[in-house]
Each structure stands twice: as C-alpha cells, then as structure tokens.
Design a protein around this ligand. Structure first.
Ligand code: FAD
Length: 391
C-alpha cells in the first residue's frame, strides 16, 4: 500500500482536507493526527453560543465519527507530533513512534498569545482556544464574578457579551486607543464601545496592563496608570501565534507562519500547509497574508487537497469573517489594510449599517453590522474569478 497522506492537526482545515481529498477522488490512506482529545470541531462557538450555554458540545463537531470511519481515515487523537523528518518522509509522535507519509499537510493552527506580564500564569487566568478552555472557564464563571478581559478585539468582545449574559461583572482593558483598532475603522469601534457600555461592560482603552496580582489565584489586574482592578477571573485575548515550530525545526521556510505558495506548497517537497498556520501570497492585496478565519481554513484546505492530488489551483481568496456580540452580527469582507477613505451607509444609531473601505477609490473591504445583504454584495463585488496555475 502507498504511504498515506498524513494530516497534522485535527481542526477546521484538517476536516475540510479530508472531505476535499475524498471529493477529489483520492483513494489512498489518510492518517489524521490531532493532539486534542476531540474530533475536529468548530472554534467560533467557543466564544459565542457554546460559551453562553446555548449550544451543546456535541454540535461543535464538524463531522460525525462515522464520516471518518466511512472515509477510511485513521484518526489518532491525543497524538502530538513532535518532529518532522522531511528527508525520511516521516513524522514522529511525542511517544517516539514514526509514521511515513506520501504527502504531509500541516494544519496545526494557532495558539493564544500569552500575556507578557508577571502573574500571567496564575490560576484564574484564561485564554479561549479549545473546548477544554471553555469548560474550565465556565466552571469558574459564576454570576457576580469579576472578569477582566485583556484585549478588546473580536474574541475579547464576544466573551464580554456572553459573560454579561452569564451575570458576570465585566471590564475590558484595551491597549490601543479604541476597541477593534487593528481590524476596524473608528465608526465600528465607536459602535462597539456604545454597544458594550450599554450592556454594562466597563471599557478602558489606551491602557496597558503591567501585572496580574496573586498570590496563587489572580485577585487583581494592575494597569499602567497604577490603577488596580479587582478580578476573580482574567481572560487574555491578545491575539494568537502560529504553531509553526515543527516546521521551523525541520528547516521549512517561515514568514509569519509557515510560508506556502499559492498552491499551499511549503519549501519542502511533499509538504503542504493550510489554515491559520500558513502565510500565502495574495495578489489581490499585493502582500503575503496569514488569515485566522473559518473561510481561510476551509478554502485553503480545499486548495491543499487539489495540490496533493495533482491539480494545483492558485488560492487567492477574498477573506471574510464574522463576529456575534449580543444581537449584533458583524461581517467583514476583504482586508482593511491601507485604506485611505471610508463610506458609511445605513443607520448607525439603529445598529444596521455598513462601512466601505477604499484605497485610491478601489474597494478594499466592507464591514456590515446587522446588514447581511451588504456583506453578500461585498463578497460578490470583491471576488475575482478562480484561476488555474500549472501544477
Ligand atoms: P485549528 O482549528 O486551530 O486546528 C489546529 C489543531 O492542530 C488544533 O487542534 C491543535 O491543537 C492541533 N495541533 C497543533 N500542533 C499540533 C501537533 N504538533 N500535533 C498534533 N496536533 C497539533 N473564525 C471565523 O471566521 N469567525 C469567527 O467568528 C471565529 N471565531 C473564533 C472564536 C474563537 C474563540 C477562536 C479560537 C477562533 C475563532 N475563529 C473564527 C477562527 C477559526 O476558528 C480558525 O481560523 C480555524 O479554526 C483555523 O483552523 P485550523 O485548522 O487552521 O486550526
């Protein structure tokens, strides 16, 4: 039997890669290696419906166990890959076992960035990336508990919304002068600020955190201006870092994650990467990008499956993303980098509007608030036709 396609990381991209390999007619063996004890699951609900208790754990699974069994996939959970051996065409598990591959797909995702301040390791300090993180958080998130969220980006704000619903006392501390500063214009930031303050969240912007106070459990958050916020729980929501160490140690080229070409090929023959961990060249945005979104994990995994089966396509997507906070759905199509002008349409006060971002009159991106029609139109307006590249 030929050596299998081995997929490292059992998340969103991995589940899609299995589906797409099958759809491409791949009939060889597939081995899926994931270090978590769960089959691939959706992460977006971890800071939304699952965190809020409106969605049960069984609904997080992307595919039922039967899917993998029917597809003949050897799924190994709790299996951490500790080394890649490109010269031998093998991966090594933490326990020392080696597995040979015909093609290797790295889909190892990202992990939460640690807060670089003293006290970040105290009990009661969390990040939210996995089912286990949410279970742990929910066990301590009792009504009345004081939660300080460090980071006013999407995940921080989504957790703030659900924590309010769970009856927690919530403060968000953001280092930038406004919420969502890296991903949205001031109109959206102001809207988010009013939304959260209206729900009883205290928001402190333009303020660094210098220390989390113990001694064993976190009891307070010390701010750069000397203020001390009492805290029973602290959520660190300050971004994510790609799990690219395996690739780095094996000598693969990195560039803000694992460097891949438009067809998801890494610098090592037979090794591909997709999802949060991979940075790829975007001709649409004229630079290399690494996206942390479901859209990217799915579409790049589809491209990887095509490359692995010999029909390489040029992956050059219009990125899109969403965030749910209270009864607000925020949807973003495109990337906002380099915009010089915005246009707002709709009723900001009524919470239904969209903002269009332009660079030299070229539409770059659209943020829609409770306005799904504008979002869908934006995706159509921005979308390029698919292009085939030589394999
Ligand atoms: P992941 O789904 O993270 O899977 C990677 C897997 O690889 C993990 O299970 C990891 O443990 C495993 N792994 C890592 N190293 C190894 C190793 N050495 N050996 C074995 N296994 C390994 N995106 C949106 O578009 N919209 C949203 O609203 C949204 N909300 C989100 C909310 C939260 C709380 C989080 C955490 C993410 C959210 N995302 C959202 C992002 C989206 O979930 C990710 O972009 C997507 O999961 C990326 O898929 P992936 O397969 O690349 O990585």
């Amino acid at each position: 039997m030929s050596a299998p396609v081995v997929i490292v990381g059992a998340g969103q991209a991995a589940a899609q890669a299995v589906t797409s390999l099958k759809a491409e007619g791949f009939g060889g063996p597939i081995v899926l290696l994931g270090d978590e004890p769960y089959l691939p699951y959706q992460r977006p609900p971890l800071s939304k419906a699952y965190l809020g208790g409106e969605m049960t754990e069984d609904r997080l699974e992307l595919k039922a166990p039967k899917f993998y069994a029917d597809a003949g996939v050897e799924v190994r959970l709790g299996a951490r890959v500790s080394r890649l051996l490109p010269a031998e065409g093998q991966v090594e598990l933490a326990e020392g076992e080696r597995i040979a591959y015909g093609a290797l797909l790295l889909a190892t995702g990202t992990r939460a960035r640690a807060l670089p301040v003293p006290g970040a390791e105290l009990a009661g300090v969390f990040s939210i990336r996995s089912i286990d993180d949410v279970r742990h958080f929910r066990a301590m998130a009792l009504p009345g508990a004081r939660l300080v969220i460090v980071g006013g980006g999407y995940i921080g704000l989504e957790v703030a919304a659900k924590a309010r619903k769970l009856g927690l006392d919530v403060t968000v501390v953001e280092g930038q002068p406004r919420l969502l500063a890296r991903v949205a214009c001031a109109t959206i930031s102001d809207f988010a600020l009013a939304l959260h303050e209206g729900q009883g969240v205290r928001v402190i912007t333009g303020m660094g955190v210098t220390r989390l106070v113990g001694p064993d459990r976190v009891s307070a958050v010390e701010l750069a201006d000397g203020r001390v916020l009492p805290a029973d729980l602290v959520l660190c929501a300050v971004g994510a870092v790609p799990n690219a160490e395996l690739a780095a140690e094996a000598g693969l080229a990195l560039e803000n994650g694992i460097r891949v070409d438009a067809a998801t090929r890494t610098s090592a023959p037979g090794i591909f990467a997709a999802g949060d961990v991979a940075s790829f060249p975007s001709t649409l945005y004229g630079r290399r990008v690494r996206l942390e979104s479901v859209q990217n994990a799915i579409d790049q995994a589809k491209a990887a499956a095509k490359s692995i089966t010999g029909a390489a396509v040029a992956y050059d997507p219009i990125p899109w993303f969403w965030s749910d906070q209270y009864d607000v759905k925020l949807q973003i199509a495109g990337l906002l980098d380099g915009f010089d002008r915005t246009e707002c349409e709709g009723d900001v006060a009524a919470g239904r509007f969209c903002v269009r971002y332009f660079a030299a009159d070229r539409l770059l991106a659209v943020c829609s608030v409770n306005d799904p029609k504008s979002h869908m139109l934006a995706r159509k307006a921005l979308a390029p036709p698919p292009a085939l590249v030589p394999g």
